[in-house]
Design a binder for this molecule. Structure first.
Ligand SMILES: C[S@@+](CC[C@H](N)C(=O)[O-])C[C@H]1O[C@@H](n2cnc3c(N)ncnc32)[C@H](O)[C@@H]1O
Length: 271
């Protein structure tokens, strides 16, 4: 089994995505799309951005490596009566079966950054996007104390064994120079790339930061792995305390609810 696929099928990302819906909608609105528009949402999960895109009238193909999330996405599309929204299984490193120059917009919000071969990802995103189209990515930023998920992953990885040699951290997608190098190798001049910091919010009016940590512990592959490793080393309480401290210290929610801002790098590539 492909370890990248296994990691994301291990948990149930729909449980985490439930905290991200509002920001997913806001992100899509900020794209200022006009229809007709054919969009790829790569690493789409169960449709945090794909569903609002389709609701705005775009035709959307959601591509994700995790079978369970593709199924969950298709279920959401059917429930919402969105027949121009389809989810299918695929790997951002090799979008075989997707023709060159298909999409007006290729979007990947915290998705393609998790694929193991970043140069192939950039090449594939450029290949399947139409000349004159655009690519938009949202990527967590390494070592940024306000980038909640990057901090959560940093804590999680400090409890797991070191990754295999040659592993490229997903967080490298949050560094300007890497973006320029990766899309540069795919033939995009740096003048066609813009980058800015933006904020996603993990929100739930009726769940506490402790509930959010519990969801990551039970349903988010990288954190599940960290807890398994911590179990073996007798450090579960330490891991839990560090994650709780992170979530509580960043929470801006009121009345026991959660609203955790998370800074990310928004990348726009014009082709
Ligand atoms: C953090 S989740 C984000 C999901 C969705 N974009 C959202 O914002 O709710 C990361 C997603 O990327 C997907 N993914 C990871 N590696 C992938 C790859 N190589 N190709 C396609 N999807 C991938 C995972 O299955 C997961 O759905």
């Amino acid at each position: 089994m492909n370890p990248n696929k296994a990691l994301w099928e291990k948990g149930d990302f729909t449980e985490i995505a439930s905290f991200m819906r509002e920001s997913g909608e806001a992100f899509v609105i900020s794209l200022g799309i006009t229809t007709p528009l054919l969009v790829m949402d790569l690493g789409c999960g169960d449709g945090t951005t794909a569903v609002p895109l389709a609701l705005l009238g775009a035709e959307v193909v959601g591509i994700d490596i995790a079978r369970n999330l593709v199924d969950a996405g298709n279920k959401r599309a059917a429930q919402a009566g969105l027949n121009r929204l389809k989810f299918q299984e695929g790997d951002a490193c090799n979008l075989q079966g997707v023709s060159d120059h298909t999409f007006d917009l290729s979007l990947s919000v915290f998705g393609a950054m998790f694929a193991p071969k970043p140069f192939d990802v950039a090449k594939e995103m450029v290949r399947v996007t139409k000349p004159g189209g655009r690519i938009v990515m949202g990527n967590w930023i390494p070592n940024d104390p306000t980038s909640f998920v990057s901090q959560l992953l940093k804590i999680s990885s400090s409890f797991t064994p070191p990754p295999p040699e040659g592993f490229v951290s997903p967080m490298t997608w949050g560094v300007d120079a890497n973006i320029i190098e990766r899309f540069g190798q795919a033939g995009v001049p740096k003048e066609n790339i813009s980058m800015e910091k933006d904020t996603f919010h993990f929100r739930s009016p009726n769940k506490s930061p402790a509930d959010v940590v519990e969801s990551f512990r039970r349903f988010y592959g990288p954190t599940m792995n960290a807890f398994e490793a911590a179990q073996n080393s007798g450090k579960v309480e330490d891991l839990h305390a560090q994650l709780l401290e992170l979530a509580n210290s960043q929470n801006k929610g009121i009345d026991g609810g959660t609203s955790i801002p998370a800074t990310f790098l928004r990348v726009t590539v014009s082709l």
